[in-house]
Write a protein that binds this ligand. Structure first.
Ligand code: F6P
Length: 394
């Protein structure tokens, strides 16, 4: 009989909804196969602790009951819990001198394979380490901003879209009661998927994302003012705007002291200043935006990251977790794969190919899987009359 496997699991990068659901599936399935599972604390930092003897491999052993609620044995609470019970490393700067310690810690753990749940940045680093150390590695893609190439879905994105779009719906009533313009800022430094999909699903009037808007310049401000004025004249007095955090300010503003001002606040200031400047007897279009209408900015920030995973994310997370264990069960050497979602099924792709595509894409843009300007979602938004701020081509 084959020796039971000894596997490690870690969550790297920033947290997102569904990380614990992957862990839940891996623990349940691997335990049923008689394997030993080790929860590496705080991403690859856990290996450093092992290398430095700050903890011993056996201290990290977990099983399907390690996270039970007292009195509720086997309740499966991990499935529903956001965050990561084994801790994330976050986006701390990588120190090259730590790599050797990570490799040493991994070797000391004596693992047959590692399951790493991460986003594009952290998976790239872990893959490099795996190649150097000859580790068997299965990567599970996660992120609320949906910027991992090679997979149609990632753990965490569906929840984030649901949270942002329901926030837009909830804001509708206060916005309508006060005839306000609500500007909702969401995460997405380089990728606008979250703002775009949540904006469409939450009935936004304006959505600005980095892939379509070079910067919030005079044209974008003017066109947004006109869009709001037109809504106020013909439809209703309130409006909803979604801005991704990565949308840039005007070049001359980027170096100013106020450059740390969140993009939503900046946009609000610009809209108010522009409309008051242009409210003249000749340009009455803008007058509706001053005096009688005010604006509020809501920065959602980490809230979508910390919300309980949606049923769709839970399903994806457990499917990815089971697939990761299956891959390890089947192949015992030279295993370096990422589990992916493709055409309604879970598959896997060699990490070598995913990473090559990621590197190639990053040479062209900071985002390896950006919103396609001619993609279906952009078309849908435009067809619904949502203003996206793109330059109109002649
Ligand atoms: O994962 C991407 C992201 O959500 C960005 O959009 C955001 O700027 C960043 O993570 C923030 O992460 P943290 O505050 O945990 O460093």
């Amino acid at each position: 009989m084959e020796k039971p496997k000894r596997i490690g699991i870690l969550t790297s990068g920033g947290d997102c909804p569904g990380l614990n659901a992957v862990l839940h599936a891996v623990l349940k399935y691997a335990t049923s196969l008689g394997w030993q599972v080790y929860g590496i604390p705080n991403g690859t930092d856990g290996f450093i602790d092992v290398a430095k003897n700050l903890c011993q491999p056996e201290d990290l052993r977990i099983d399907e009951h390690s996270f039970d609620i007292p009195g509720q044995k086997g309740m499966g609470v991990l499935l529903f819990l956001s965050g990561s019970v084994i801790g994330c490393r976050g986006k701390k700067k990588r120190l090259p001198e730590e790599d050797d310690l990570i490799l040493k810690g991994y070797a000391k753990m004596g693992l047959d394979a590692l399951i790493a749940i991460g986003g594009d940045g952290s998976l790239e680093i872990i893959y490099e380490l795996a190649v150097r150390g000859g580790w068997n590695l299965v990567a599970v893609p996660k992120t609320i901003v949906n910027d991992v190439p090679g997979t149609e879905r990632v753990v965490g994105f569906d929840t984030a879209v649901a949270v942002v779009s329901s926030t837009l719906y909830n804001l509708t009533f206060t916005a309508a009661s006060h005839d306000r313009v609500m500007i909702v800022e969401v995460m997405g430094r380089d990728a606008g998927h979250l703002a775009l999909e949540a904006g469409i699903a939450g009935s936004a009037d304006v959505i600005l994302i980095p892939e379509l808007v070079g910067a919030i310049d005079e044209r974008v401000i003017r066109e947004t003012c006109l869009k709001i004025a037109q809504i106020r004249e013909t439809k209703r007095k309130f409006a909803l705007i979604v801005v991704a955090e990565g949308v840039k300010k005007r070049l001359e503003e980027q170096t100013k002291e106020s450059s740390s001002e969140p993009i939503g606040e900046y946009f609000k200031r610009q809209l108010q200043a522009y409309s008051s400047r242009h409210c003249t007897p000749e340009q009455t279009d803008f007058c509706g935006l001053i005096g009688e209408v005010d604006m509020r900015v809501i920065v959602l920030g980490h809230l979508p990251r910390s919300s309980p995973p949606s049923s769709s994310d839970r399903l994806l997370a457990v499917a990815f977790g089971i697939k990761a264990v299956d891959l390890i069960a089947r192949e015992s050497e030279n295993l370096q794969q990422m589990v992916v979602w493709e055409k309604g099924e879970v598959h896997s792709q060699p990490l070598q190919e995913v990473m090559a595509r990621l590197k190639q894409a990053k040479q062209k843009s900071p985002c390896a899987a950006p919103v396609h300007p001619k993609g279906f979602r952009v078309h849908v938004a435009k067809a619904l009359g949502i203003y996206l701020g793109e330059e109109k081509l002649a």
